[in-house]
Design a protein around this ligand. Sequence first.
Ligand code: SF4
Length: 647
Amino acid sequence: MQIDETFGPQGPIAKTLAGFEARPGQVQMAQLIERGILENVHTLVEAGTGVGKSLAYLVPALRSGKKVVISTGTIALQEQLVRKDIPLVVNALGISARVELLKGRNHYLCRQKYEKMSAERLVAPSAAMEKLWLWADRTETGDRAELTFTPRGDDWESLDADADDCVGEFCSRFADCHFFKRRDAARFADIVVVNHALFFLDLAAGGTLLPSYDVAILDEAHQCEKYATAALTASLSAGGVGRMMRKLHRTYTVPASHDAEIDEAMRRLQMVLARVPGERYPVAANDEILELLPSIRESFYRLENWVHGNWMTALRRPSDNEAESERRRDLALRAVTAHIATVDRIESAAEQATSGAVPADERDTIAWVERGDRDARYELNAAPFEVAEFLRTHLFARTPSVVLTSATLAEGRSFAFLREMLGIEAAQELIAPSPFDYAVQARLYIAPGNLNPKDRDFAKRAAPIIEECLDRTSGRAFVLFTSYARLREVHAILAERLTFPTKLQGDLPRTALLDWFRSTKNAVLFGTGTFWEGIDVVGDQLSCVIIDRLPFPSPADPLVAARIAALEARGRSGFEAYMIPSAIVRLKQGFGRLIRSKSDRGLIALLDGRALSMRYGATIVDALPPATRIAELDGLGALWDDVPSNV
Ligand code: SF4
């Protein structure tokens, strides 16, 4: 059966999925992906909301009989694939397929750690740990997703199946280890579903984490650069060093002098890192870091020497099995030497940047300081600022067919930015036509050309426009900002005037905030980055998305600055080659929150007048879905005539 028949009105998908309607974009996408899989060609598909992209790649993937890895950015999409979409296609096609959802090691319980911990103590050390123990006794999968509570990081780490604590085949529970059982099952599966973090870590680890595959399908592929960079990032942080020391202590009786020395080194590092303000800054902006790194490295060397000298005698639980003891020693040494290598990488990148001896386009690594999300402590990072070469050699040259798809991949009608960023040479491309009639369903309003988010009075001038939009759409809106400071500033002006139920990001956890929005009439949500993508509010409940400014990446971000510097050193314009395409992809994500079904209608209001007044504005706006442009909010016309104002 041909693909178009499979998706046709009398085809197996329509017979299995009630209410299914064939969409031309979906059929084209499935046909192209099938050809790519059969002919060993890579495929890039932008498939906006409503195309039905998961069925469009699952049908050819499952028909191919090849070994396929599907990677996604969000847990929600993984769950949807494994629980709903894959069973549906398998059922419709009348085939059998082994499907495995594989997570990173630290998502699973380590039976040996739990056994040892519970054997040493008659009772759990805390009430929270007791809950974990109760679960550990009963679980059949060992997957922490089963937990109905969030364990403390330290508690979970003392029980997880992390590689640094695992002696593999020397473990007494190796045969029924939760993690290895899942990994073995994945080896024999036809389809393995993973997240981007694990997918790119596997590439960075030389393919040792996932079973081999013929086809890789990367959904939500606009996040590939971010995850590839993260997989190649080495970090030095108090948290990471603390984890390493706790692991060493679980294996050896480490003299307290090493803890004291390393704690002191980390304390001094925190002090030094905090001397330069900002959430992210290049290491080269703080001379004291380079002065401190040699002493940190010395502390790690002393620890490494201690492990070399004491691995047999300092074991907390002496073992007769020398091979197992050697494995434990190797794990300990690997953890310490990884930290030494991180210090070396950070030092070398910082020296490259400060000496000026290496031109910007020949540098390969950037080192920067970043304030952690949770504990607000700083950490040092080093990563390649371009991942194209890495992906070209480790992914695109090795995997016969890679499919990249997302609702936002292209800038305008071109994939040139994506290809350059990810190192993709030969690939077939498609922008799958959307089933939505944006001209009918959506209106785009752009604020006057003289309203510039860089101006000091922007919040004061933008607030009345936001108020008018909300009045006209009866709330039912996301008001999205590129910074939390701007969000608060605008909200402070409007707080007294808004008559709709309003909440700000941070008032509730993200999921609870979305539940509140979905269940509250005429709700207004003020949010930043996390609400730009991956959020699905179908129907009139979300009828307006207001965006404060064109979402250019911050040139103050060290990774962005390094990418731009490298482009300019090659004679290219960093603004045109990086900033504009990045802003387009991001703006399309924000736009994508609005129209989620054929019956959705709504207003997009862009408050950044530069979209009208600057030359690049037209490039960006023209790349958006083709909503009807309105010069005045009066132009909303009859969009909601049939919707009561208190919907
Ligand atoms: S094999 Fe490794 S992860 Fe599995 S139970 Fe043993 S030590 Fe833990």
